[in-house]
Design a protein. Sequence first.
Length: 400
Amino acid sequence: MKVLSVVGARPNFVKIAPLLAEMRKHQGIQPLLVHTGQHYNPEMSDTFFRDLHIPRPDINLGVGPSNPIAQTAEIMKRLDAVMTKERPDVVVVVGDVNSTLAGALAAVKLGIPVAHVEAGLRSFDRSMPEEINRIITDAVSDLLFVSEPSGVENLLNEGRPRDRIFLVGNVMIDTLISCLPSARRMNTIRELGLIDGRNDDKPKKYAVLTLHRPATVDDPNVLRKIWVLLQDIAREIPIIFPVHPRTQKRLRELGLKALNGRGPTRGRNGILTISSLGYLRFLHLESEATLVITDSGGIQEETTALGIPCLTMRNNTERPVTVIEGTNTIVGLDPARIREGVYNILSGNCKRGRVPHLWDGHCAERIVKVLCDHFDRRLKWHLSQTPGAKSTCVSPIVAS
């Protein structure tokens, strides 16, 4: 079974790592990895391959930055040639970035089955580019691998066949669990001066901030309001801010404090801005934080798995299990709600949460077994036409 996986951005790398590792355990699977080049910054791409032990991509399309329409079209165009040549049995796409959508559309146009990992998530906010990517990818996918119960419900409501939907858990948590020991051996916290001088092993209290979504950073009025609010919060607790490249650009356009190109920049406002971190360094920083403030989707899941309080500066989430069961609180962009959320956490009045069902580090195993089961049935039919041939796929499972 030839499995072609498409990745292109930081969230993809975290999700594909355990899948590739699991595929390589099966002699009956030939994995091929295609990197579209959607994320081109070394800290957003190369570092993740090294940290997560992802093998060098078999094919790198080198598409690079562009507007979303042009980028998606160019990825599809280049994938057309790759898929036509390789003729994989299935194309695996993960998450909701432009590379995910392009991979799914290119495959379905060529009549190749598509498996979507992290299917069914919905924010019900179509102003989010990722929401459109999710809806379309799920609509054309043959196998839908879901991380939480809301995803199953959403897909059934959209008319997807029940026998194509598999609740398998969260593959990103596979990566977190396997990498956490290595991450905690990093020197990130010490290098940033976050160790309590009275106790050399105990971190100080600090908050981690991430901002990158267009709704948060592209409107100058919104970004300026957020920045003033964060300066106020930083008087109560230091904020460590790994700055996404597009956010750094927006801050500079507004004349606000940003990176100076020579390392961390500590403002008198209590906000320490640093360059984007690799996966292990960021996981170390995140795992020891007092709280996390974010507009990211994946960080909502990571903080829930780590038991770290999280405030999400959005009006919705496509990951409701992090709110219902986890440590996540949706605070929007209302300064009063954000301040209240920070105050509650600092005063000890915050969600404790629990780790959701099947977020146990074995999601990749379930996905690969379902792939083998599904394509084993197809393979057995073809083998029945070939005397003496044998199937090499593993036994099927039922993901529930």
